[in-house]
Design a protein around this ligand. Structure first.
Ligand code: TLP
Length: 361
């Protein structure tokens, strides 16, 4: 029986076309700059993102951390949204790898108030750290995959420029944002000094992200990547799937967005559940349990027994992510399972196998 895995779009398996491209990839030693497939992927992604240069990195986390390392000096301060991936979910890497501290700002829908950003920029005082970087995230994961409007990103980047501060965009799901807005990714990346995009989420490549920016910035990031053990030798086998991701998988993201909408709509009609429909803009649905007798851990366990996997955020909240390995028939099955859970007269008995909140994203 098929497992419907809605925990993340990171669970997508490579397509047959990717597997074929990987098997037949022309390769060389990328640390010598001699892997033709990696070079082709880096040129293609730089062009698509409208930047001078690009670098294949192992993961979104590595791409973001290389950006922080390359843009900052020890003791600097970085402004970013409080629930952003770089701040919350990268194992404190900023502090360890770059020796910088964060100046987190609460956002609404992933958006920091531009005037709050400007106020957080440090002045010229002997006591202060130097503010050297501002990071944004689009789509914004913890805001339910919400899209940051282009005007908002331009406004924050213009403030940064006024103060001579660098800007980085965590665009793990930038193609989802571009799909929702109907604009090319290059337009969304344009105001930023650097951008990171993931090949291994909705685009379904098995591994890899791209970091893009100026030639000088990518030179610095390449050296740091080597320091972190990210010099991957015959990485053309990975890059080949990345090329398929960028050339063949971006158009279909709309399907994921339609499925998320369908799912959210169905869930919003279930008593016991609360869905903020306005936040459903791309491929994610965040749900809240509105039934005092039940919790998200019980829901996850009930569904797991029906071969449906979801992500528990805390006792009252869960996350569902649509992707290419989930179709509209699967959405119907998920809705059936959800209805059953809330229709049971007794709250679901916990067996002890309940998914622990701490183990989940
Ligand atoms: N997000 C993953 C988990 O790490 C939480 C997910 O399932 O959503 N930026 C953003 C906005 C992300 O959502 C993620 C991954 C990353 C960066 C990191 O990418 P990877 O997993 O490739 O290091």
């Amino acid at each position: 029986m098929k497992t419907i895995d809605l925990r993340s779009d990171t669970v997508t398996k490579p397509t047959q076309e990717m597997r074929d491209a990987m098997a037949g990839a022309e390769v060389g030693d990328d640390v010598y700059g001699e892997d033709p497939t990696v070079n082709r992927l880096e040129e293609l992604s730089a062009r698509m993102l409208g930047k001078e240069s690009a670098l294949l990195v192992t993961s979104g986390t590595q791409g973001n951390q290389l950006a922080v390392m390359s843009h900052t000096r020890r003791g600097d301060e970085v402004i970013l949204e409080r629930s952003s991936h770089i701040y919350q979910f990268e194992v404190g890497g900023m502090a360890v790898l770059s020796g910088v501290q964060a100046a987190p700002i609460d956002g609404i829908g992933g958006r920091m108030d531009p005037s709050a950003v400007e106020s957080a920029i440090r002045g010229d005082n002997i006591h202060y750290p130097r503010t050297s970087l501002i990071c944004l995230e689009n789509t914004h994961n913890r805001s339910g995959g919400a899209v940051l409007p282009p005007e908002h990103m331009k406004e924050v980047c213009a403030i940064a420029q006024t103060y001579g501060i660098m800007t980085h965009l965590d665009g793990a799901r930038l193609f989802n944002a571009a799909t929702a807005l109907g604009v090319p990714v290059s337009e969304l990346a344009a105001p930023f000094d650097s951008v990171q995009i993931c090949l291994s989420k909705g685009l379904a490549a098995p591994v890899g992200s791209i970091l893009a920016g100026s030639r000088e910035f990518i030179q610095a990031a390449r050296k740091f990547r080597k320091m972190l053990g990210g010099g991957m030798r015959q990485a053309g086998v990975i890059a080949a799937a990345g090329i398929v991701a960028l050339t063949r998988m971006t158009e279909r993201l709309k399907e994921d967005h339609d499925n998320a909408r369908l799912l959210a709509q169905g869930l919003s009609e279930i008593p016991g559940l609360r869905i903020d429909m306005a936040s459903v803009q791309t491929n994610m649905v965040f749900g809240a349990i509105a039934d005092p007798g039940r919790n998200a851990g019980q829901l996850a366990e009930f569904l797991a027994n029906r071969h449906i996997r979801i992500n528990v955020l805390d006792a009252g909240h869960f996350r569902l992510v649509t992707h290419k390995d989930v179709d509209s028939g699967d959405i119907d099955n998920v809705l059936d399972g959800m209805r059953q859970f809330f229709a049971e007269s007794q709250a679901y008995p916990v067996t002890g196998k309940t998914v622990s909140f701490k183990d989940n994203y």
